[in-house]
Design a protein around this ligand. Sequence first.
Ligand SMILES: Cc1cc2nc3c(=O)[nH]c(=O)nc-3n(C[C@H](O)[C@H](O)[C@H](O)COP(=O)(O)O)c2cc1C
Length: 487
Amino acid sequence: MLSGKEVAKHNTRESCWIIVHDHVYDVTDFLSEHPGGSRIILKYAGKDATQEYDPIHPPDAITSNLPPEKHLGPVQPDTVEKVVVQITDEEKARLERMELRPSLDEILNLHDFESIAKAVMPEKAWAYYSSAADDEITIRENHAAYHRIWFRPRVLRDVSTVDFSSTILGHKTSMPIYITATALGKLGHPDGELNLTRAAAKHGVIQMIPTLASCSFDELVDGARPGQVQFFQLYVNKDRAITKRIVQHADSRGIKGLFITVDAPQLGRREKDMRQKFDAEDPAEVSKAGNDKVDRSQGAARAISSFIDPGLNWGDLKWFKSVTKMPLVLKGVQCWEDAVEAYDHGVAGVVLSNHGGRQLDFSRSGIEVLAECVSHFKEKRGLSFPNDKFQLFVDGGVRRATDVLKAIALGASAVGIGRPFLYAYSAYGPDGVDKALQILRDEFEMNMRLLGAPTIKDVVPEMVDASNIGSHIVAVPVDSLYNSNCI
Ligand SMILES: Cc1cc2nc3c(=O)[nH]c(=O)nc-3n(C[C@H](O)[C@H](O)[C@H](O)COP(=O)(O)O)c2cc1C
C-alpha cells in the first residue's frame, strides 16, 4: 500500500499522481487529454483531489478513462495530508445565508427557488446553472414568450375533479411535464441528479438522464424504483464506438427514449460561467497553462464538452436506428423546417428547445417555434397535434403550470423543465424538488379548473390566444428573473 508521503513526491507535470477516494492514480500522460485542462489536476498533484473531483465527475470517470496500469493502488488514508479548504469570508457569509433561508413552507412558486438559490449557492455552481449565452437575451425571451399568450377559459363545465395525467412516448406521467437533462448535478448538492430520480419516482414523472451527469448513469438507473420510466439525453461523441457503447448500454438498462441533443455542435459562450472559472484560477497557474493546446479558461461548460461531434448530421439517424430500438427524439430543433425533416426521417418526436438559452443567443423560444410547427405540419404533411405518432415537446423558461397548459393547448405532448429543479435541490436538497413538483401539481389542479378543462385532452387550441407570439420585444435585462451575466 502506498503512503501519502510517497504520493506527495509526484507533484509536477513530469510526474503527476493524485488521490481520489483513497486510491492513487498516475495521471501524468492524461494531463493534456483531461477535458477540464491540466491546470486543475496540477493544483492537486501529489495530493488528495477527491473534493474537487466529486461534483464534476461520475464516480467511475477516472477508472474508465485511465489504463489499468495507471491505477497505482490504495493509499494508507492516515498518511495522507488533509487538503485544507480555506473558508473565506464570502463562504462564511454564504453558509450563514443558507442557515437563514426561508422555510420550505414559505416557498410559493418556482421563481422563489431561483432567488433563494442565487443567495445560497456557491458562486461557481450558480454561474454554471444560471448562465446563458452571450447577452442572455434568449433565456429571458424563453420565459417572456409565455407572457404573450393569453387564456380564453370556458365556464360552466363540471370541474369537480380534474385529471392532469398524460403520456409521453406512450409512458404514463402524472403531469404533462418531464425533468429535462441538466449536466453537473453535484455542483448544487452532493446527491446530484439522484435528487431528481427520487422525486420523479415519488411524483410519477419522467426524468431524462444527461450524458454529463455527475452521478454515473448506472447509479441513476439503480436509484429508480422498479418500473420507473427514464429517458436518456445523448451528446454524440466523435468516436462512434463510444456512442454505440453508451446507447446500447442505455437500451439494455431499460431506458425508454433516446433524446439526441442537436443544438450543440459547439457549446455556447456562457460568459458568467467563463468569468467565474477564470477568476477562480490561481494566477500562477494561468501562466503554466500556456502549455495547453486548448484555452481552458472558459468555464465548466466548455471544459466538459470537447468530445461532442460537430459533424453530426441527418445522415447519422439511420445509424442510430441500426444500433438501438429506443425511440429517437431530437432535442434542440428550432424551426418548422427541421421539425418536418425530423418527421420525414422517422424519429418519434422533437424537443423544440434552445437549450435554456445557453447556445445561440437570439434563437426563438420553444413555445414560439411550437406555434409555427403546428401550422406548417398541417399544411405540409396534413398532421395535427398532439399526435402520438410524432410528438412535439417544448422546453425553456417554463415556471408555472399555466406555461405548460399554454404549450399543451398549442399542441405540445409535454414540456421539459430544467433549472427550477436544480435550484430547488441546491437550496433545499431532496425536499426542494419534492416541493417544486407539489407546487406544479397544485397549480395544475387550480388552473385546469379555472380554464374549464377536466382533463389534458380538454386543453385545446381555442383556449389560448397566441396571435402575438411572434412579436419580439427584447426583454430589458433589468427584469427580476435573471441578472446581468456579469457577477
Ligand atoms: C445547468 C444546465 C445544464 C444543462 N445541461 C444540458 C445537457 O447536458 N444536455 C442537454 O441536452 N441540455 C442541457 N441543458 C438544457 C436543458 O436540457 C433544457 O433545454 C433547458 O434547461 C430548459 O430551460 P429551463 O432551464 O429554463 O427549464 C442544460 C441546462 C442547464 C440550465
